[in-house]
Design a protein around this ligand. Structure first.
Ligand code: ADQ
Length: 539
């Protein structure tokens, strides 16, 4: 397409987006996204790759069943893929996954209403130990989250990480074939994949979204393979983060580590004749769906069943929902609950805190420690502040289906998100979307990406026990009309910008890249020709 046509198409796209923003409803719907994709990506295949698969197949006594996996990324992108179609490449981790694929390792998703294909990549136990538990989760995860857990760097782990990234790249290339495609890589497990893909198909456009924080260069510089990781990431045409701070940290890290031209103004990096754009795109949730689910009769019924089971009649309810991960600040949260009950005895017997914590990465010691500490806190609080009607800190330690989770959101008078560091945190947004009655309050750590958008939440640091306990007390005691006004403002933020807006923004930036790069080439050509003109001898 000619440059002028592409520019016109981009302007039209921008106009459509502006109209969508001004007209009600003020957000992108699943249908809008689909229409946009049809209009702007015709004939281009979308291939997403992530470590975690959206659905796994599990064998139990009743036979094989498909399970939708928890985790912010899987949940958000599943909604997107259902709207857009395409192929999702991911590690097949379910115990019956191999029995549910065809000869090309593909299985239709969602299983009950197929909309896209899941292509599974197989990993051995050793791959899992070294690539996943090792380099991804014992090196990169603690390195990027500033929570004072020392990263562990082992050559075997890194070599396995490189090898697995190459295999993901090969699977993506097979799925793409010889066709034009957009490849969308997810997260810190796949930092090297773009480099391997570009070696074979330099023409493919690749974007990477980094779902966790990017630390400042002082922190990142301890990584022994920092140059190779950065080189891998710069093979992407676009690298996205949740917030601008992380994007800037990434640019600074590149500037300090590699020979590259870093443009802090335009958020771009030029290296080896190529450009990588770096941008912030705050992720969100499918707010409409969650809101509707929250008001469904089954949910209302489930809520009253839970209240009865846990003896919560007449009791204020606090809620935490997390993977049991040391970055989520769960022991810190329970410590503050303990302090709240100590400092404000009026809540004793009248307040319960439900903690839903799905065990995660339990082969790592730090994660087992989180589980142990959470148990100890729950027991201590129950011992010191028992409730006649039920447990003071009910612990639910399993992966709930989202439909099972929503009644808890609906029920909670307070949702505590107390991460020590978090890229975004979708629980905060899910809670708001699930509170259409505006009854509730959100206590939010300032160290989450979400805190940048949800400024009217009750912001409290998980490192400050007294402050967190007091903030919970104030949130629970806020007069109803003020609480509703605050919730209404917070909820509006989530309802106005959902996960389809996020996708559209990423894809829009993605398709706009060719345009920007072309205009840059034109600038360069113009500059070169004027340079040549300057060198011409004066007549
Ligand atoms: P996580 O740290 O996994 O993801 P987070 O944003 O905290 O994600 O969301 C957790 C998700 O898991 C939510 O959708 C929640 O509903 C679900 N979940 C948690 N416990 C559950 C349980 N017991 N049963 C069922 N579902 C449960 C990473 C980054 C985040 C970023 C996301 C998305 O660490 O900062 O927000 O990716 O980019």
């Amino acid at each position: 397409m000619e440059f002028r046509d592409r520019a016109r198409a981009a302007l039209q796209r921008a106009a459509v987006r502006t109209r969508q923003r001004c007209d009600a409803p003020p957000r992108t719907t699943r249908e809008d996204l689909l229409a946009w994709v049809r209009a702007h990506l015709p004939g281009r295949r979308l291939v997403v790759a992530s470590n975690r698969e959206p659905y796994s197949h599990q064998r139990d006594s009743g036979g094989i069943r498909a399970v939708r996996n928890a985790g912010g990324l899987a949940v958000a992108l599943d909604a997107v893929m259902q709207a857009m179609g395409g192929v999702w490449v991911a590690h097949g981790s379910g115990n019956a996954d191999r029995e549910a694929v065809d000869a090309h390792d593909r299985t239709p998703c969602p299983p009950e209403r197929p909309r896209y294909a899941l292509r599974r990549v197989w990993l051995s136990r050793q791959d899992h130990e070294r690539y996943y538990a090792g380099f991804a989760n014992s090196a990169l995860w603690p390195l990027c989250h500033v929570v004072y857990v020392r990263p562990r760097f082992r050559l075997d782990d890194f070599e396995s990480y490189r090898d697995v990234n190459r295999r993901f790249a090969e699977a993506v290339l097979e799925e793409v074939g010889d066709e034009p495609a957009l490849v969308f890589l997810q997260d810190y497990h796949l930092a090297l994949a773009a480099r391997f893909i570009k070696e074979k198909r330099p023409d493919l456009q690749i974007a990477m979204f980094w779902h966790i924080p990017w630390p400042n260069p002082e922190v990142f510089r301890i990584l022994p393979w920092k140059e190779e990781i950065l080189d891998g990431l710069l093979a992407n045409d676009l690298v996205g983060f949740h917030i601008r701070r992380h994007a800037i940290n990434f640019l600074d890290t590149v500037a300090e580590t590699l020979e590259a031209r870093v443009d802090l103004e335009r958020l771009a990096i030029d290296r080896g004749g190529r450009r990588t754009w770096v941008q912030a795109f705050p992720i969100s949730v499918d707010a409409d769906e969650i809101s509707a689910l929250s008001e469904a009769p089954e949910t209302v019924l489930a809520e009253s069943r839970i209240r009865e089971e846990l003896g919560l009649a007449g009791c204020a309810v606090g809620l935490g929902v997390d993977r049991l991960d040391y970055t989520k600040g769960i022991p810190e949260r329970l410590d503050a609950v303990d302090r709240l009950l100590e400092r404000h005895p009026e809540w004793q017997g009248r307040f319960a805190f439900v903690q839903i914590g799905v065990p995660s990465r339990i082969d790592l010691r730090e994660y087992r420690n989180v589980q142990i500490r959470v148990h100890r806190w729950a027991e201590r609080i129950a011992r010191r502040y028992p409730r006649a009607a039920g447990p003071t800190v009910p612990l639910i330690e399993r992966n709930l289906d989202f439909r099972e989770l929503v009644p808890y959101y609906r029920m909670a008078d307070l949702c505590a998100v107390t991460s020590l560091h978090d890229g975004m945190n979708l629980v905060a947004k899910e809670y708001l979307a699930a509170s259409p009655d505006l009854e509730g309050s959100l206590v939010l750590s300032p160290f989450t990406g979400a805190a940048r958008e949800l400024e009217r939440a009750w912001i409290a640091s998980p490192y400050d026990r007294e402050g967190l306990a007091e903030t919970c007390h104030r949130a629970l005691s806020e007069p109803p009309n003020e609480r509703r006004e605050r919730m209404s403002a917070l909820r509006e933020t989530v309802m106005r910008r959902n996960v389809f807006d996020w996708t559209l923004e990423v894809l829009d930036a993605f398709v706009g890249l060719g345009l920007k790069t072309q205009s840059r080439d034109r600038e360069a050509t113009t500059a070169q020709s004027s340079e040549r003109a300057d060198r011409r001898p004066l007549a």
